[in-house]
Write a protein that binds this ligand. Structure first.
Ligand code: TMP
Length: 207
């Protein structure tokens, strides 16, 4: 019964996803679209609690499978409580991360079987995918340096450069497999330039 439009922003650490998601949401609101800005893991009370568990640096002993299941649990709650109701009432939903992050981080990064990730994703999302995904791409060193500068350090950001390189490769492979849905934007440019590029892609998609 979906009438709205579902957009996700994806990318490794430090690509400016959250800033761009906010700018896009403000742009669409100004244009008169009823817009909901949300994030994963998060977006609802329960999912935000799960986010705290996932990102706490105290939880360095978390098992990879427990991690995978928690991301999915947060997503189930997010879809049910927030994403679907908004889409069903015709809104534009912009989410800072969705299932592609699980494939890139837990699949390519952690090395969990992509088949298993896909099977769990079907349970969590019933195969739901964004209509459009903006992949902000940046080299890993620059991304991690940017986050260090703003003192953003959560459990996953503390992983080594090699881990983040695998995650980036994962995202790029996904974009190559689904060029219709996933649009690549270089995040090395300035905030305004990246925003303009995203707006162009989204405007085209809205038509
Ligand atoms: P962020 O929203 O601040 O980027 O933090 C979320 C962190 O969680 C980030 O390091 C990416 C990671 N993540 C996964 O590993 N798997 C997922 O499915 C999602 C949504 C995020």
């Amino acid at each position: 019964m979906k009438k709205g439009i579902f957009i996700s922003l994806e990318g490794i650490e430090g690509t400016g996803k959250s800033t761009q998601a906010k700018l896009l949401s403000e742009y669409l609101l100004k244009k008169g679209y009823k817009t909901v800005l949300t994030q994963e893991p998060g977006g609802t009370l329960i999912s935000s609690q799960i986010r705290k568990v996932l990102l706490s640096t105290k939880h360095h002993r978390m098992d990879y499978m427990a991690e995978l299941l928690l991301y999915n649990a947060a997503r189930i709650q997010h879809i049910k409580e927030k994403i679907l109701p908004a889409l069903n009432s015709g809104k534009v939903v912009i989410t800072d991360r969705f299932s592609d992050s699980t494939i890139a981080y837990q699949g390519y990064g952690r090395g969990i079987s992509l088949k298993l990730i896909d099977a769990l994703d079907r349970i969590a999302t019933s195969g739901m995918r964004p209509d459009l995904t903006i992949l902000l791409d940046l080299d890993v060193e620059t991304g991690l340096r940017r986050n260090k500068r703003i003192n953003k350090r959560d459990r996953l950001e503390l992983e080594d450069v090699e881990f983040h390189k695998k995650v980036r490769e994962g995202f790029l492979e996904l974009a190559a497999m689904e060029p219709e849905r996933i649009k690549l934007v270089k995040a090395s440019k300035g905030i305004d330039e990246v925003h303009r590029e995203i707006v162009k892609i989204v405007e085209k998609g809205l038509k």
